[in-house]
Design a protein around this ligand. Structure first.
Ligand code: T68
Length: 838
């Protein structure tokens, strides 16, 4: 240990190799790890060894804060937020931890003095893709904000061995490959086998009366699975708070009989063991329809039960009596995937801790709150009763009892309204019987929220209308936000520097400070700096595209980007119709003066969603023709970026001129990509959907390219009997675009290939593309016009950034704290004297 000491965040630290932040200390620590953790020397070390050595160096500095945080929470018995989510789309950890520790520059220097390029080492990290898209990424942003705000919180989820699939493109089609993210080890997690718990599955229940005359239930499971927690520290931005993400891995239970010699069936026993380990094997990639798969429900009860039991363990360790459960924990349910928590918490309190029903129900309702993330009725989770009862016989009984009591309540509030009873029931009995998970979440929670103003409003008047009438006080809006640390500071260092030079660095935690940029919007010198940063990030994305796709794109063309999951309601194909329209115009008039554009797409399609996969094929097919046509003279380029993930997203947001947020109004709950693009200085072309509405409100209608029907107009048009064919017949450019697709022009003469898509549009068009087409084209014309005036464009981009302060996830989390969780920040003092812990 060195004797010199430095000041770090107001704390005096001795310069230990495991905690110190001087360049020399960092270098020594890195080399120590290379030798003594990786067991390698430079002659044989791989790039991954170097990455690991660096990651462990950073991890030491995290653990220091993590331990201090845990010790403080334990001592103070802090009220804690438990964020339950089937998905956490964390993205790469190393860079973010460097930013939050505030040692990015020192580490950069240390690495370069050792002859390494930090960026290359960052690139080496395999990201944990434990989520599908927006919902999982939101959970990750919220963990960052909770730690940054100094709130005690634990994220609970599943440690999938295979995360979201890797996407390859072959012959224009999506091909899925397994994501083996754990292949080279994960330096960020710590296994905690001593806190393993057991989860019961299947079997049957036995009801009996105990000596005191109380009715009791014994659940005899068919199977028991063990959950082992793996903890990852979540450090806040320049604070000492390091919270925990606790993910559960499934293992065959030791207490359960897998012993070969008892049964004489060794292979059978090993097979059973493997079967229970399947529970945490793979993330379900669906983001559209609930599939009713047994394994998916098993995953849900698995991580929910593990997490609730873990909370009980924490209560016990801190000697807090169980009747104070709701004071100790605020549990947020991220969509209905953890909604089984309502029944599981009841079961644990009643069956395993002998609490009576009314007290247990009071605790359950006071503890739980539920966030809804979708307006698509087909995406609301429901489980066939047989499947449910077979896997969770005791939970089904509890749900029946909850339902029974709930419907009695409904009868009192709304007498003689049997229709309402069947609409509200936790059990859907309209055909095959189902358990409705959203209903369970609504009844069992004290707070229910949507994720943008419009979404919450539509929830109340449509999807959850009966619940809003039953429990109006439970409903509120919590507009989503994103973390400016990852999505500006880490992903866009030059812009971060430019902003900080003007207004100081407080904006990274007080995003409303960005307002102070407004006066510079007119400043030509500032505009110029702004433009050269945008130009440079575009050039770097262009280099990436050349490497990945072999397509050269011009960084001076306008980069319009649509990056998000591929889905009909998100309408990537509307964007394609515009591309084809521009192309048709150029073919008809080769000398037409147009604003050169590069159209970029990124996103995965659910493997079972045929239409979405066909949309990817369409994008690539149109690109193949347009990019090669000499007559286009490089004025149009179309690129599909394969394998869109957090790492790629961080490259993409900074390079966008135009952000495409073009979902059918009333379908996108919020969107969060819309926020990330705008924060990086892209202008938005968008509909009045989700958070677009609030973004437009903030940045000003004059600084937003609006088009399309409103949610109300879509609703009315549907009611009147929407006839997409009329639009096709009466709009020559639209007709030409669709006909071009149908003629086989983009498919080597195959006139059938895209028929499912074009037929769906012309004859059904459930997402109103044809109705919005003309308005979209006109908005795009305004975009092209404005881009010709680079100063006006830049001014608008600066104003957009200056007015985006509302969309920090810090603000969202503060809203949850004030209105749902009622938790306060806890100050963490950092001690460098490990003996103090004893
Ligand atoms: C998204 N939902 C919303 N779902 O679509 C988006 N679903 O508007 C919103 O901004 C975001 O949530 C955050 O609130 C999703 O991302 C899923 O990923 C998903 C996964 C499994 C099952 C259902």
């Amino acid at each position: 240990m060195q004797s010199n000491s430095v000041t770090l965040m107001g704390q005096v630290c001795s310069e230990d190799t495991r905690t110190g932040v001087l360049v020399e200390t960092l270098k020594r620590s890195f080399l120590n790890n290379l030798f003594y953790v990786q067991g390698k020397f430079p002659g044989i070390a791989t790039q991954n060894d170097y990455y690991m050595a660096l990651a462990y160096m950073v991890r030491d500095r995290l653990l220091h804060r993590w331990i201090g945080t845990a010790a403080t929470y334990t001592k103070q018995q802090t009220r804690t937020v438990a964020y339950l989510s089937a998905e956490f789309l964390m993205g790469p950890q190393l860079g973010n931890n460097l930013i939050n520790l505030g040692i990015y520059d020192q580490v950069n220097q240390a690495m370069s003095e050792l002859g390494f390029n930090l960026e290359d080492l960052l690139e080496q990290e395999e990201e944990p893709g434990l989520g599908n898209g927006g919902l999982g990424r939101l959970a990750a942003c919220y963990l960052d904000s909770m730690a940054t705000l100094g709130l005690a919180s634990i994220g609970y989820g599943i440690r999938y061995e295979f995360g979201i699939f890797d996407q390859d493109i072959r012959d224009g089609w999506q091909v899925e490959r397994t994501d083996k993210w754990l292949r080279y080890g994960n330096p960020w997690e710590v296994e905690r086998p001593e806190w393993s718990v057991e989860v019961k599955l299947g079997g049957h229940t036995e009801h009996y009366v105990d000596q005191t005359g109380r009715g009791r239930v014994n659940w005899i499971p068919y199977e028991v699975v063990q959950g082992i927690p793996f903890d990852t520290p979540i450090l806040g931005y320049r604070t000492n708070t390091a919270n925990t993400l606790r993910l559960w891995t499934a293992q065959a239970s030791e207490s359960f009989d897998f012993d070969a010699f008892n049964s004489g069936d060794y292979l059978g026993a090993v097979y059973e063991k493997m079967a229970s380990e399947n529970v945490s094997k793979v993330l379900y990639p669906n983001d559209d329809v609930s599939q009713g798969k047994r394994l998916r429900l098993t995953q849900q009860i698995f991580f929910v039960s593990c997490s609730l039991q873990d909370m009980f363990r924490i209560m016990k360790a801190q000697e807090i009596p169980l009747h104070q459960f709701a004071d100790k924990f605020a549990i947020q349910l991220n969509d209905t995937h953890p909604a089984i928590a309502v029944a599981e918490l009841m079961r644990l309190l009643i069956d395993e801790h002998s609490m009576d029903w009314d007290e247990a129900w009071g605790i359950t309702q006071r503890t739980l709150s539920y966030t809804n993330h979708t307006l698509l009725p087909e995406a609301l989770e429901r489980w066939p009763i047989d499947l449910f009862g077979n896997l969770l016989p005791r939970h089904l009984e509890i749900i029946y009892e909850i339902n029974h009591r709930f419907l009695d309540e409904v009868r009192i509030k709304f007498p003689d309204d049997e229709d309402r009873i069947s609409r509200l029931s936790l059990i859907d009995e309209s055909g095959e019987r189902y358990v409705r998970m959203a209903h369970l979440a609504c009844v069992g929670s004290h707070a229910i929220n949507g994720v943008a103003e419009l979404h919450t409003q539509l929830l109340k008047q449509d999807v959850l209308r009966d619940f809003a009438e039953m429990y109006p006080h439970k409903f509120s809006n919590k507009t989503n936000g994103v973390t400016p640390r990852r999505f500006i500071a880490l992903s866009n260092p030059p812009l971060t520097q430019l902003i900080t030079d003007k207004i100081g660095d407080r904006w990274l935690t007080q995003l409303e400070d960005l307002r102070q940029l407004e006066p510079y919007a007119e400043d030509l010198e500032f505009q110029h700096q702004w433009q050269s940063i945008k130009r440079a990030t575009k050039a770097s994305l262009a280099a990436y595209i050349y490497k990945q796709n072999g397509i050269s794109v011009n960084p001076d063309s306008m980069f319009g980007i649509q990056a998000k999951r591929i889905h009909e309601y998100k309408r990537q194909h509307l964007n394609v119709l515009y591309i084809i329209t521009l192309y048709n115009r150029l073919k008809a008039n080769p000398d037409l003066d147009i604003t050169p554009r590069t159209f970029l797409f990124g996103g995965k399609a659910a493997p079972g969603y045929f239409m979405a996969k066909l949309m990817i094929k369409l994008i690539n097919s149109v690109g193949e023709v347009v990019n090669r046509d000499p007559e286009v003279r490089d004025r149009l380029k179309v690129v599909f970026l394969k394998d869109y993930n957090v790492k790629l997203a961080q490259r993409v947001y900074p390079a966008a001129d135009l952000s495409e947020q073009i979902s059918t109004a009333g379908k996108e709950a919020s969107g969060t990509g819309n926020m990330k693009f705008a924060l990086n200085g892209a202008l938005t072309i968008g509909t009045l959907d989700g958070a677009n509405i609030e973004i437009r409100e903030e940045v000003g209608a004059e600084n937003f390219f609006l088009f399309g029907l409103t949610a109300q107009e879509v609703y009315d048009l549907r009611g009147q009997g929407y006839c997409p064919r009329d639009y096709y017949d009466s709009n020559p450019e639209l007709k030409l675009a669709l006909d071009r697709i149908n003629s086989g022009f983009f498919s080597h003469g195959d006139t059938d290939l895209f028929k499912p898509l074009t037929d769906s549009l012309i004859y059904h068009d459930p997402f109103f593309l044809l109705a919005d087409y003309q308005s979209y084209i006109e908005a795009q014309e305004r975009v092209s016009q404005l881009y010709q005036d680079q100063s006006a464009w830049t001014r608008m981009a600066i104003l957009n950034v200056a007015r985006m302060g509302k969309f920090s996830s810090d603000r969202s989390i503060q809203d949850y704290c004030d209105e749902i969780w009622h938790v306060d920040p806890v100050k963490i003092e950092l001690s460098n004297n490990l003996e103090e812990f004893f």
